[in-house]
Design a protein around this ligand. Structure first.
Ligand code: ADP
Ligand code: MG
Length: 272
């Protein structure tokens, strides 16, 4: 792969405990290409969020990244960044949409003020300039500019989710990490948001690391998928191979444990 946006090598992360340490991530290596949509799947507790936090350098004690681990974003050594570098790095290189992101907006600030906070923290932008930029960003996620003057509680869950994504894109990050961003939303809204992200990444050229336990949803949107099991990355393949010809036993078991997409739809059609 030529010049990957993200390159992870031999990443090991422990949670330090009073009695013993818990090995949450074990010697994980993978790359994400420029513009690629990469999915990371696996059951709850297998270490997906721990990896996402480490890439954004948002992890803290008791999480400890083991010596020998390497995380490069755009060729830069993320684990070596100091506080000043980190401030510039977050949002502008890597932006992260958290689990339950729709609740991560500040309830007492208008949408406009939340865009302004992010934009102003990284450049000397005036309030009218910020408003114009926020209008553009909202347009990307299909939201009318009038919403700038609304408060989060005046917007639906799906709308709040799209606003968070627009804020994440404000500084044109090279990598957008989405950690189970849509699990709280209904299936139709989930799909709409992911389709929108897909259009935007082609338009703006960023890469996506999409994390979920829902392999069915992931196969529909990802170029390549990594499967995690108890802290280890056990299979990495293109989405079609993961779907049609899973290599690892665990991937096969994951599919077997999932309700069949088509079967489920058929069943629903006959439900009165
Ligand atoms: P996932 O996102 O795949 O559900 P996580 O990365 O959140 O998994 O967690 C991986 C493992 O690390 C889990 O077994 C979890 O219990 C453990 N873990 C997560 N955070 C902590 C913490 N702060 N202290 C101790 N153990 C933790
Ligand atoms: Mg998680």
């Amino acid at each position: 792969m030529s010049d990957p946006i993200l390159s992870i090598r031999n990443l090991s992360i422990d949670y330090i405990g009073a009695k013993e340490d818990f090995h949450a991530v074990k010697d994980v290596s993978f790359d994400i290409a420029s513009g690629e949509f990469f999915g990371l799947a696996g059951e709850s507790g297998c270490g997906k969020s721990t990896i996402a936090f480490a890439i954004s350098r948002l992890h803290g004690p008791p999480a400890l990244i083991r010596t020998g681990s390497q995380i490069l974003v755009g060729g830069r050594d993320v684990l070596a960044l100091d506080e000043d570098d980190l401030r510039r790095f977050r949002w502008s290189e890597v932006a992260m949409v958290f689990q339950s992101a729709m609740n991560s907006l500040n309830p007492v600030l208008t949408i406009e003020a939340q865009f302004y906070d992010v934009l102003r923290a990284h450049s000397k932008i005036s309030r009218p300039e910020a408003r114009a930029r926020a209008t553009e960003l909202l347009k990307l996620v299909d939201i009318a500019p009038e919403r700038l003057d609304a408060y989060p509680h005046q917007c639906s869950g799906g709308m709040r989710q799209r606003i968070v994504i627009a804020i994440c894109l404000a500084l044109r990050p090279k990598l957008l990490i989405m950690d189970e961003p849509t699990t709280a939303l209904d299936v139709v809204v989930q799909r709409e948001i992911l389709q929108r992200i897909d259009v935007l990444r082609k338009q703006l050229g960023f890469s996506v690391l999409f994390i979920t336990h829902d392999l069915g949803l992931m196969v529909q949107v990802s170029d390549r998928i990594g499967i995690m099991l108890e802290g280890e990355l056990v299979e990495v393949n293109d989405a079609q191979t993961i779907y049609r010809h899973p290599q690892h036993d665990y991937t096969k078991r994951l599919w077997a444990s999932m309700p069949k997409l088509h079967g489920q739809q058929t069943a629903r059609e006959f439900t009165p």
